[in-house]
Ligand binder design. Structure first.
Ligand SMILES: [Fe+2]
Length: 176
């Protein structure tokens, strides 16, 4: 069993991960509207990964005898004006998610909840990667410049190569 407080934090995290998927689909829609199909594809894959993150928390809550209580999702922004604006929003959002993951890790330690402490470690590492990805894309956009059509098309082609992979904890769960 997990504590009531931990159950609440994990349920809030399910909502945050689904919201991330929703936000990234909104980013995809912006890029699709500008015919930047590589960026659109990259954010579709990102949205799929965020949905998977939500499902990993969902599965974990069930596994430890908690009760999943799905929350409402707010409408994400949709009125964007530049690539840099979107990637900046992505980075800010991922930093918020990291803080939320750290909060779960802090509570797990405080409550001597070793199971959750072990479970959350994968997400601590994942967040480091998410922030690094966003930072890298942002620096490339700034380097190329928003108005350099050739540079943006090259970046778009690079973004198109991203391949969706089922996150390890979910793949492990599906095999069980
Ligand atoms: Fe996530």
């Amino acid at each position: 069993m997990i504590s009531e407080r931990m159950e609440k934090l994990l349920n809030e995290q399910v909502q945050k991960e689904f919201y991330s998927a929703y936000l990234y689909l909104s980013f995809e829609a912006y890029f699709a509207g500008r015919n930047l199909d590589g960026f659109a594809h990259w954010f579709r894959v990102q949205a799929m990964e965020e949905r998977d993150h939500a499902l990993i928390f969902f599965n974990y809550i069930n596994q430890v005898g908690g009760r999943v209580k799905l929350q409402a999702l707010a409408a994400p922004d949709w009125d964007f004006h530049s690539i840099e604006e979107i990637i900046t929003k992505q980075l800010e959002h991922e930093r918020l998610v990291t803080a939320s993951i750290y909060n779960i890790a802090d509570h797990a330690i405080e409550e001597r909840d070793h199971k959750t402490n072990s479970f959350i470690k994968w997400f601590v590492d994942e967040q480091a990667e998410e922030e690094a990805n966003a930072e890298q894309i942002l620096s490339k956009i700034r380097l190329v410049g928003e108005n350099d059509g050739r540079g943006i098309l090259m970046l778009d082609a690079e973004m198109a190569t991203r391949v969706y992979v089922v996150p390890a904890p979910l793949a492990a769960n599906n095999q069980a």
